[in-house]
Ligand binder design. Structure first.
Ligand code: GLY
Length: 279
């Protein structure tokens, strides 16, 4: 399955959500540098994407962690997150509250027989594993909510990372505060396998945009199927993008055994880096 007989060139891509200002790219650069440090030391792709996404959750400018968009009540933050690697390990949380790092809770779930925990159960699970914490909405989160109240504009959506490690293993992690307008309890694509994320022997894919539209089209699996068919990341991602309604924001990052791509129909902060090693 994996490229075990030879050393792979490590690679990682991080994004700050479709609609995130490209001038916020420095946040993605930092996340990628953190992930690449892990990869160049021989660490796992899974650890690299988790640490990259955790940095984006801390940033405050992106719609994840303390930067998460507020629910319709203007106060509550509920978040979704996921991790997956090419061995088929999947952990996800939905509508979780009271943790600054939903992605770490999703990773912790890999140690249980479960794949997806939601709501109060997810929040309690985080507490049981020392992952609770106050999520004080960032200035950017409050500003976005006020702007939405004024203009009913589209929010930025989701952070994510995909990586390939030296053993040729792929992984993906994503995290989000959701998308406006959201009722309490609403869950988007980010914790749903094949919708907001997918990883396998052929590559890894993370998706950002309006969850409802992404779920209907199972965007991450559609891109992955293109990779598995040998179409290459660029053609696979662009093929799915072409089929997607262009009035709805969509961003895709994907890596395969040799290449990586960032495709979006709106501006999007993102960064891709290849490390040392044979391809
Ligand atoms: N893509 C984030 C969401 O719609 O929840």
């Amino acid at each position: 399955m994996y490229n075990n007989h030879m050393t792979s060139q490590p690679a990682i891509i991080a994004h700050g959500g479709v609609g995130s200002p490209p001038e916020y790219r420095d946040g993605c650069v930092k996340a990628v540098e953190r992930g690449m440090e892990i990869l160049t030391q021989g660490g796992e792709a899974l650890e690299a994407v988790v640490q990259a996404v955790a940095m984006l959750e801390e940033d405050g400018r992106f719609n994840a962690g303390r930067g998460s968009v507020l629910r319709l009540d203007g106060e509550t933050i509920e978040m979704d997150a996921s991790v997956m690697d090419a061995e088929g390990r999947i952990g996800a949380v939905a509508a979780i509250r009271g943790t600054p790092h939903p992605v770490l809770v999703a990773r912790k779930l890999l140690e249980t027989p479960h794949i997806l925990l939601a709501g109060e159960g997810a929040t309690r699970f985080a507490g049981q594993h020392g992952l609770s914490g106050t999520v004080q909405p960032s200035q950017e989160a409050r500003r976005r909510f006020q702007e939405w109240q004024r203009r009913r504009g589209q929010p930025t959506s989701t952070v994510g990372a995909v990586a390939r490690d030296r053993q040729g293993r792929f992984a993906v992690a994503s995290s989000t505060g959701g998308s406006n307008v959201m009722l309490l309890g609403r869950v988007g694509d980010t914790p749903l396998v094949g919708c907001g994320f997918y990883a396998g022997a052929a590559g890894a894919v993370a998706v950002t945009g309006i969850g409802e539209a992404i779920i209907k089209r199972m965007v991450a699996k559609a891109v992955y199927d293109g990779l598995a068919a040998g179409r290459g990341v660029q053609a696979a991602a662009q093929g799915v993008m072409k089929q997607f309604p262009q009035e709805i924001p969509l961003g895709i990052i994907a890596l395969d055994v040799t290449h990586g791509t960032v495709v979006a129909n709106r501006p999007m902060a993102a960064f891709l880096k290849f490390g040392e090693g044979s391809g």
